[in-house]
Design a protein around this ligand. Sequence first.
Ligand SMILES: Cc1cc2nc3c(=O)[nH]c(=O)nc-3n(C[C@H](O)[C@H](O)[C@H](O)COP(=O)(O)OP(=O)(O)OC[C@H]3O[C@@H](n4cnc5c(N)ncnc54)[C@H](O)[C@@H]3O)c2cc1C
Length: 453
Amino acid sequence: MSLQLVIVGGGPAGVQAATTAARLGAQVTLVERDVVGGAAHLWDCVPSKAMIATGERLGDVAGSSVLGLRSEPATVDLEALRSRLLELSAGLERRNVDLLTSQGVRLVRGTGRLVDAHTVEADHQGQLERFTADAIVVSTGSRPRVPDWADPDGMRVLTTRDAYPPPELPEHLVVVGSGVTGVEFVQMFSSLGSAVTLIVSRQQVLPGKDPEVAAVLEEDFLGRGVALLKGARAVGVTDTGDGVVVQCEDGRRVEGSHCLLAIGSIPNVEGLGLEAAGVELDGGRVVTVDHHMRTNVPHIYVAGDVSGKLPLSSVATMQGRKIAEHVMGLHQVDHRHLDYDKAASAIFTDPEIADVGLAEADAFAVGRKVRVTKVPFASTARALIDGDPRGFVKIISDPATGVILGGSIVGRNAAELISVLAVAVTNSLRVTDVAESLFVHPALSEALTDAAE
Ligand SMILES: Cc1cc2nc3c(=O)[nH]c(=O)nc-3n(C[C@H](O)[C@H](O)[C@H](O)COP(=O)(O)OP(=O)(O)OC[C@H]3O[C@@H](n4cnc5c(N)ncnc54)[C@H](O)[C@@H]3O)c2cc1C
């Protein structure tokens, strides 16, 4: 008889675990309480990047005179944008459902919880159904973190889930949190026409990122009129009826029409019956797992944001795939552990920012000798053709062996271009492997070969 796999949560992690395991011969049941495709499709990756794409096109039209075009100023149609986001999410869900059903996955709508270590119960509007499992994957994602000093109402005080898009563009949005999510929302709303103030708790946006990279973004933000309130820690937000006031620890106050909280997320571990199944939680919030994403109960796995590892859709998907392979015994044949230090990531600002592997600052912090080569996109014909010479490619390599350890890219299509360096870092390629590859001309990727020389 086939192995019975039951998955609770159908985001990128759950869907990938389901399709891979089904393809490998498991009998899979996936329990999802909301949208198949998860928060990633409904609130996170997809709508945020869709709104950024709209703002980007608006900017392209406004800046098109450089390419020899004359155009009327474009304006934003919020209703059309809202419909587009809903259609995107619905279309992606349809695609996921088709994929799952075509592979024989049993899709159960309802809220799942573990009754014991081998039983999952799904509750669909009070109708309970139980499934017996040889292995269980918990992939229930995460939700926005709300500080105890704020009470988001979805009208003026927003979490990232309330902002797609509001009925009217905020006149003046105050964004609390200058990490990846915060700066993407600054990008989104400033490019659509809102005035934006960003509260930055440290002295640079994107704390922890290469200062040279953060500087390019700050310059762009300031250039488009975004106010940066640095060294400011928000401690309160008040809805004044026709606006908001955000209070900072040092007494500074920022007035705006809306406030958006972008201060991280917390794993969804509550109400899942993990304790009943014998799964240990670390500090009550994070499930402890080994490198196969197994909990202390070896046939119960966690994947995606709920694992408390790197909260990226790409990572969630890969974890789902690795778990399915492990459940089906494939890891004994050919298995590479997930190395989170080698995950590429991108920030969809303008210009885009992407990096992978070792950062220059981290190498210096631990006294590691590295070779750093940096080439501006302005040196490529493509950047000049596109009329956008901003940004650069930076490659970090081992001076003795030439092995590529990491890299950062700032500029147009950085999120695509970083893939070259991701392959290099994952497979320990040397700079010469990149330098001697025949890339396309004219293309931005030529900056990569130049930086690898
Ligand atoms: C604003 C924003 C933008 C982002 N942009 C990007 C990006 O561009 N690229 C990127 O890689 N990452 C991005 N991320 C991160 C990415 O969204 C998450 O890492 C990803 O969604 C995690 O996938 P997951 O499968 O763990 O969970 P989710 O996508 O959260 O899916 C979990 C699913 O589990 C379901 N569920 C929960 N509890 C139960 C239950 N008890 N029973 C049944 N179902 C349940 C939920 O309904 C949900 O469908 C972004 C995050 C945010 C906040």
